[in-house]
Design a protein around this ligand. Sequence first.
Ligand code: GCV
Length: 720
Amino acid sequence: MIRKCVLIALLVFMAVSSTLAEDGYRLWLRYDKITDSGKLKQYREYLKGYWLTHDSPTMQVIDDELQMALPGLLGSGVTKVSSVTNNGTLIIGKPSHPALQSLNLGAHLQNAGTEGFVITSTTLNKKKVIIIAANEDAGLLYGVFHLLKLMQTHKDLKDLTITSVPKIKYRILNHWDNLDRTVERGYAGFSIWDWHKLPDYIDPRYRDYARANASIGINGAVVTNVNANALVLTPAYLEKVAALANVFRPYGIRIYLTARFNAPMEIDKYETADPLDPKVRKWWADKVTEIYRYIPDFGGFVVKANSEGQPGPQNYNRTHADGANMLAEALKPHGGIVMWRAFVYDDKVPDDRHKQAYNEFVPHDGQLKDNVLIQVKNGAIDFQPREPFHPLFGAMPKTPLMMEFQITQEYLGFATHLVYLATLFKECLDADTYAKGPGSTVAKVIDGSLDGHSISGMAGVANIGTDRNWCGHPFGQANWYAFGRLAWDHQLSAEEIAEEWIRMTFGNDEIVISTILPMMMVSREITVNYMTPLGLHHLMGRNHHYGPGPWVDGGRPDWTSVYYHRADSMGIGFDRTTSGSDAVSQYFPPVAETFNSLEKCPEEYLLWFHHVPWDYKMKSGETLWNALVHKYYAGVDSVRWMQRMWNTLENRIDPYRFSQVKMLLNIQEKEAVLWRNSCVLYFQTFSRRPIPEGLEKPEHSLDYYMKLSFPYAPGIRPRW
Ligand code: GCV
């Protein structure tokens, strides 16, 4: 009996520990033993010992990381040394250290700033060494993570000569996390910030979060929702925020907060929050000074003002520039910045929503203080599966514009659809604005090189929550990873980032890589096909944004679907040409002309810019109606293809993550069918044309799909 109990306990333990081993918690920082014996031999030879040439909190976390990583990767411990006495020493230090001065590393680091690094294999005191050098500790940390990545992805460590410098200064996650721990548009559980237990209880997750971010170069976190709560600016909460900042600091991560514009009224009962009122200005200056007492390296504020019900300067007949400059002035003496969001639109403004941010902000070009960045979403509507780039990019040359991408999949299947977003991010970054002639890409606008700005930024709305695997879907991690990598270097390709991530996350089995990589690379296009093909947009369910809702009508027009697709008996699509809303004219000439022309407009944006007759002949020769239906069907077929691809990996991926992804792909297939059937049947009521021959017929009537309701779909703010 006792033996039986012991056996059962052992089996339970084994089951639990094997689950814990591959439950996704370790993200891409899995330090399992190198499986390639040749590489393992080389790494053991090159990394017999490591030397941290000075001491600091960041050097301490580097030490911790190496202590965790090297024994794992190499299968045996690596000695910490305090000088170079043997071949195979890894040296981590600044070029000014006496032992390194002879190598002239400073010359390589001249343009590396505080975060760049070099990694070089060389000889020192006649011993073979690898050196990671940087001007500041943050660069050393990034260099160490880079070296670990080389090992995790089985790269050769012979003859390393790497110099890496971030192209963008502020690389920031935006958490839409509320103080009650709900996460707006979050699909991976609750907020990881346990405000109630802070500052005394430091969840180990905070440190692992910081490690993960540092490993991909993210150097800032806005820990609160842009739909802001002023409470976070009060002492009780600042103490909690400071505790988080203390954890993040050695990892090179600064904390930022969202500033509720009427905080002086909400916290201290002021009668106004007018940004030109001296008392209000003083309130903010004092508040900022107070924040810096708690958090000496506080980064600054993100502000959503006069948008979707948030208070802002326009409540007092002041401008966005007045509001941003007031906060900028308060932050300036402390080195902080303001990230003022351009996501503004109003149903009271009788103009196409697409045009409103441009109209609002372009007149303020040149009026903003030098520590203000305008944070612009990648497209003019709202993180849709596909949008043309925002016309503001290139249109405010005197102002640093920063990018806002959405990593959380609000409009791309929540945390149940496998959608790799780097292809979406790249499509936008590589788009040519023509602001200063050909080659004026969005990437050059936001990295500051096009207009010579010294500050630049990229923000990503985080997809992180309390789920054990952080992002809900194991492949959601790839989007966090890709965001960080692109913020560091927007010239990386989506493909190379995906390959790195797969190798680090699932291992180096070439069959696994050659199966997963093509799935990831086409996954976003697949989703566009079954949700919003040919430039359609904003077709999702009302409020919660889950599932299809092309029929959504009534109430605030710019929150309906019919406002955007404009389907009628003649055709479908939003006429944004010069004879329609004229949004095309907000783009620079060659782009504007391309988008304006029915013939030249890329078909992926066709219905974004044109109202097109149902029988319009597409490039393929099909009618628009048939092409649209075929896109929806192709989307579903491709999800089925992804299912088949994934199933071939059954014995090559650990069982836990294999079955997790398998189940999620099953959900994705069901939901793709739901999208397809709902949209095709609904648009058919206008086109009055048949579903082309040979395609499976929708299982239910349109009425059935329209009656489906999802009152508890996740991610919605309670008060919406
Ligand atoms: C944080 C969309 C989302 C909102 C979000 C808003 C924004 O409208 O649905 O949840 O609010 O964008 O970016 O401010």
